[in-house]
Design a protein around this ligand. Structure first.
Ligand code: FES
Length: 120
């Protein structure tokens, strides 16, 4: 697991989710109750950008159809999504946010797009 800097802490204030990139990876980085979280940026329902959503008490809400995902586990806590989003470990130090990426993780291609491309 390698930790890669993705943002300054000040870029992700309380209650905000924003999109950041590290190489081939695209993340939604959020701060809820003071803690920073990183997830894939793609909703498992129909691939909408989670960075366009809003944080709610239960986690991160998708702006397209209202799915909510737990920021710790990625599990859907509100439909229509039924599949968990990928979550990443986060370290915050010296005013910077670092995301842990498995070297074997090739990137965050949206799940439905990946399925479509694998069937061509
Ligand atoms: S694409 Fe996110 S809830 Fe439908």
């Amino acid at each position: 697991m390698e930790f890669t800097r993705v943002a300054r802490s000040g870029q992700v204030p309380e209650g905000i989710v924003r999109r950041f990139f590290a190489g081939e990876h695209e993340f939604a980085v959020a701060r809820l109750n003071g803690k920073a979280y990183a997830t894939t940026n793609y909703c498992t329902h129909l691939d909408c950008l989670l960075s366009s959503g809003k944080l709610v008490d239960d986690g991160i809400g998708c702006s397209c159809h209202g799915s909510v995902f737990d920021l710790e586990t990625g599990e859907p806590v509100c439909p229509p999504a039924t599949v968990a989003i990928k979550t990443y470990p986060v370290e915050e130090r010296d005013g910077e946010i670092f995301v842990g990426i498995d070297p074997n993780d090739t990137g965050s291609v949206p799940r439905r797009r990946a399925v479509r491309e694998s069937t061509k």
